[in-house]
Ligand binder design. Structure first.
Ligand SMILES: NC(=O)c1ccc[n+]([C@@H]2O[C@H](COP(=O)([O-])OP(=O)(O)OC[C@H]3O[C@@H](n4cnc5c(N)ncnc54)[C@H](OP(=O)(O)O)[C@@H]3O)[C@@H](O)[C@H]2O)c1
Length: 325
């Protein structure tokens, strides 16, 4: 495993997203023992960046990680997120990045994670009711107190990134980025590079779609959130299969799996980029982590980069309202 620096913070090139271990996807929350083995295997393979959030569950994902990381906390660059749970009464899925809410959130996350510090603390979504300067200032105070090491943003637009960074240096921005979700390339990535901030692509496997293993929505459990996602519904789903087929064909040419090729393409975009593929299975963490050893030719990178655009938005209309675009 190679390592890179996200604005000074050293992380493995390939991280691990823990969200699906407890919620969101088919099979989430059904096999804690395998999830914990997956975290342990990731660490053995040199993965350091592990990603969670208080909203995952809510809370249960952080609790799972506490159990998984017992005795191993110091091996990990532990990243979690605030701002999608309002602790002042409104509860989960309510934006609140006000300083008082962040203070409450951090104490909860520290307790659930069983640690005295969070390595990378992201604002999960920009809160239109709180100036980003106040949020950055509040996280800056937590950093001064040693409760947090580094400040991150998620799905923030260029202006917010600049304003936040002017108050407290931003270490990384976590946004959706993959072969079929290229939105960060035009406006966000240039600003990150200008300011020296790292990029952590989430859903780098296209929520599993780019791996070629999803051929029908019948494969999804009733509570799998992809059932409502525009890219996974109706005619869009059918059209998007052609993208997965092309990734598969290119992977055969490379002698790798589609998941590995999708990750290798992201890694080829720069050494300021550390994707966090999500899995709850040992075999898949081994497969995904091995993407770090795959080198694509210029021609293969170009072919992958010119796949047809995906049909359908990345989010439902109400979820999309929370994204800065
Ligand atoms: N900041 C944000 O707003 C935000 C939003 C979404 C996600 N995230 C973070 O990003 C992480 C990754 O994103 P994600 O989990 O949404 O999507 P992803 O990494 O693109 O895909 C995960 C899905 O792909 C499957 N999968 C993983 N490796 C595979 C392989 N080698 N072959 C076939 N299938 C494979 C997983 O199933 P199994 O688990 O069954 O292997 C899971 O259903 C999350 O865990 C979370 O930490 C952040």
């Amino acid at each position: 495993m190679r390592y890179i620096k996200l604005n000074g913070l050293e992380v493995s090139r390939v991280g691990l997203g823990a969200m699906g271990m407890t919620a969101g996807y088919t099979g989430s929350g059904t096999d804690e023992a395998e999830s914990i083995r997956t975290v342990h295997r990731a660490l053995e393979l040199g993965v350091t960046l592990i990603d969670t959030a208080e909203i995952y569950g809510p809370y249960t994902n952080e609790e799972l990680l506490r159990r998984a990381l017992q005795g191993r906390r110091e091996q990990v660059v532990l990243a979690t997120k605030f701002g999608l749970v309002s602790h002042a009464g409104k509860g989960a899925w309510n934006l609140d990045s006000g300083p008082a809410n962040i203070r409450t959130a951090v104490e909860g996350s520290l307790k659930r994670l069983g640690t005295d510090h969070i390595d990378l603390y992201y604002q999960h979504r920009v809160d239109p009711n709180t100036p980003i300067e106040e949020t950055a200032g509040a996280v800056g105070e937590l950093i001064a107190e040693g409760k947090v090491r580094c400040f991150g943003l998620s799905e923030a637009g260029p202006d917010t990134i600049r304003r936040a960074h002017a108050v407290h240096p931003v270490t990384a921005v976590q946004s959706e980025y993959s072969l079929w979700t290229r939105g960060v390339e035009d406006r966000v990535l240039p600003v990150l590079r200008e300011l020296g901030i790292g990029l952590v692509p989430f859903s780098p496997l296209g929520r599993g779609f780019l791996t070629g293993t999803i051929r029908s929505t019948d494969q999804f459990d009733e509570d799998d959130f992809r059932r409502d996602n525009p890219r996974f519904t109706g005619e869009n789903f059918r059209r998007n299969l052609a993208i997965a087929d092309e990734v598969q064909a290119l992977a055969a040419e490379v002698g790798a799996t589609p998941a590995q090729v999708a990750l290798a393409w992201l890694l080829a975009q720069g050494d300021d980029i550390a994707p966090i593929p999500g899995t709850k299975r040992v075999a898949r963490v081994e497969e995904n982590t091995a993407a770090d050893g795959i080198t694509l030719t210029g021609d293969q990178i170009e072919k992958l980069g010119s796949l047809p655009p995906a049909a359908g938005d990345t989010h439902t209309a109400s979820q999309a309202q929370m994204l800065e675009r």
